[in-house]
Design a protein around this ligand. Structure first.
Ligand SMILES: Nc1ncnc2c1ncn2[C@@H]1O[C@H](COP(=O)(O)OP(=O)(O)OP(=O)(O)O)[C@@H](O)[C@H]1O
Ligand SMILES: [Mg+2]
Length: 506
């Protein structure tokens, strides 16, 4: 790579926000045809650096060079025109428009008299969608797509220009394995066309699978760059958090209590069928399966968001109907949802109020909410979860992606539920905080809570769960205890394949 001109280079970039020095003189470059990983803890400055590059923020100091020529990115459209395309961590699509209109937003092809050339728009979009092998059409309404498919629309948008560099900010967080493979093919294709790729992810296996170099940010500073083939997970983690992590397995050493929640032959249309399981106080149960296996839908039923079509839910041995989330919360069931943006947070509200939102009624002292009590709750969970923010007054929309996630987890923990359901609890969370959240889940179980962890990450369920239910196409295919589980039998169980080990669920 020496002697070559970087496709893109950042030099001494500084960016501050009130109370935060997000970037403190960061330099970084990407070569043509290189996949360069950008890693770092939640709040380290990765997205901010990319927003500077993509014309969303103006730096306080430093410069951007395209093929060594200094340049200014005054706006996202200007950045795109200069060949820098940004695929965001937060989706930025218009739900009420079609896929094609989103892909060419702001740049719709026009005929004379300025009328939109729909034929061309749909044909051009079709060509890009073919490259991505997606199952929807240019005419599909974006609001009707799953999160994963919306992500594909974002990617399609990036493929409309002749890019010099493409930035992917945690693109795989909500993709299935098959969709991830398609994404990696797209990246390989861009690489072959000599495009420079900047790839942000917290997932080590992806970093080691597809990247050529890794750069690490820590507290707004660049702490190092390594050639991926010459380094390893441990070294990268150390660069990120400045210490080694204990990743040993973590299984219950406390007594289990009574059955807190039991589900008998629960079905919900075609989403899941004949699901039965139990969870005791003090136990962590993992629901492991591929995206789309029905895990989230089961959780939503327990939280009163979906009506089951058959079967029973028993709480402390009592059969009951849960008709709404308010009902669920009153009965001590909490859900940390998968789609935190949509269901978990109010971005325009501050950190403290987001965290105490479901408890406002309980915290009321007469007609007023007891401010001190709210701040105390916020402080407690900020410390416990290591939430990085200058203070409780910060708007949640200004926090980094991973820190937003921690706010949602804190919100539901602070309610002290009997049954806590967490759906993909560490999606978008850095390795250090991930193990903190896992320890926290274990602590909650030790205190007598029943915890359900829904995850598509095998190391996560293996690490935290006492028992694991494997799901495949809306059914529980197997049940494992932490003693009898093996990686191989888990993979088989979530793919609908038979196996000899483990207990077969009748
Ligand atoms: N618009 C903003 N206003 C105020 N502070 C901000 C703003 N954008 C980012 N920050 C702060 O800058 C710091 C860096 O945030 P950034 O989003 O770049 O982190 P990140 O490395 O992308 O983290 P994650 O892995 O969680 O996505 C954080 O402390 C964040 O709260
Ligand atoms: Mg980010």
């Amino acid at each position: 790579m020496t002697g070559q001109t970087p496709a893109l280079r950042l030099e001494g970039i500084v960016k501050t926000f009130p109370g935060v020095r997000a970037l403190d003189g960061v330099s970084f470059s990407v070569m043509p045809g290189e996949v360069h990983a950008l890693m770092g803890e939640n709040g380290a400055g990765k997205s901010t650096l990319m927003k500077v590059l993509g014309g969303i923020y103006q730096p306080d100091a430093g410069q951007i060079l395209i093929e060594e020529a200094p340049t200014v990115m005054a706006s996202p459209l200007e950045a795109k025109a200069k060949g820098v395309v940004f695929i965001h961590q937060e989706l930025s699509l218009a739900d009420e428009l079609s896929v094609a209109e989103n892909v060419y937003l702001g740049e719709l092809p026009r005929k004379s008299f300025g009328r939109v050339d729909w034929d061309r728009l749909y044909a051009d979009t079709e060509r890009i969608l073919d490259r991505l092998k997606v199952g929807f059409t240019p005419q599909t309404l974006v609001g009707d797509l799953s999160i994963a498919n919306k992500q594909m629309v974002e990617i399609a948008r990036a493929l409309t220009v002749d890019a010099k560099a493409v930035i992917f900010d945690e693109p795989t967080a909500s993709l299935t394995d098959a969709e991830k493979d398609v994404l990696f093919e797209v990246i390989a294709d861009l690489k072959a066309r000599n495009v420079g790729i900047i790839y942000i992810s917290h997932r080590m296996e992806e970093i080691f699978r597809i990247t050529d170099r890794v750069s690490v940010l820590r507290d707004g500073q660049h702490t190092g760059t390594a050639i991926t083939a010459d380094t390893n997970e441990e070294a990268v983690t150390q660069m990120m958090i400045g210490r080694k992590l204990d990743l040993s397995r973590n299984v219950a050493h406390h007594e289990l209590g009574d059955v807190a929640l039991e589900v008998r032959n629960l079905s919900c249309g075609h989403l899941y069928k004949d699901v039965s399981f139990k969870i005791r106080r003090g136990e962590v149960v993992g629901f492991y399966g591929l995206v789309g296996a029905g895990r989230t839908e089961i959780a939503e039923t327990l939280f009163g968001l979906r009506d089951p079509s058959a079967g029973q839910i028993l709480l402390d041995g009592q059969a009951l109907r849960i008709t709404s989330p308010t009902d669920a919360i009153e009965r001590g069931i909490s859900l940390v949802p998968e789609d935190r943006k949509g269901q978990g947070l109010v971005l325009g509200m501050n950190c403290r109020d987001n965290m105490t939102l479901p408890q406002v009624d309980d915290l009321k002292a007469g007609p007023f909410v007891a401010e001190g009590a709210e701040v105390a709750i916020f402080d407690q969970y900020r410390d416990r979860l290591d939430i990085r923010t200058p203070g409780w007054k910060q708007l949640v929309g200004n926090l980094s992606g991973g820190n937003q996630q921690k706010i949602v987890i804190g919100k539901w923990l602070s309610m002290h539920p009997n049954v806590l359901i967490v759906d993909e609890p560490t999606r978008g969370i850095d390795v250090g905080s991930k193990s903190e959240i896992h320890n926290l889940i274990r602590d909650l179980a030790a205190q007598g809570y029943a915890v359900i962890v829904i995850s598509s990450e095998m190391p996560e369920v293996l690490h935290v769960a006492d028992r694991i239910y494997a799901l495949f196409q809306g059914r529980i295919t197997r049940e494992f205890t932490s003693e009898d589980v093996t990686e191989d039998s888990l993979v088989r169980a979530i793919s609908g394949l038979a196996d000899n080990g483990g207990a077969q669920v009748a």
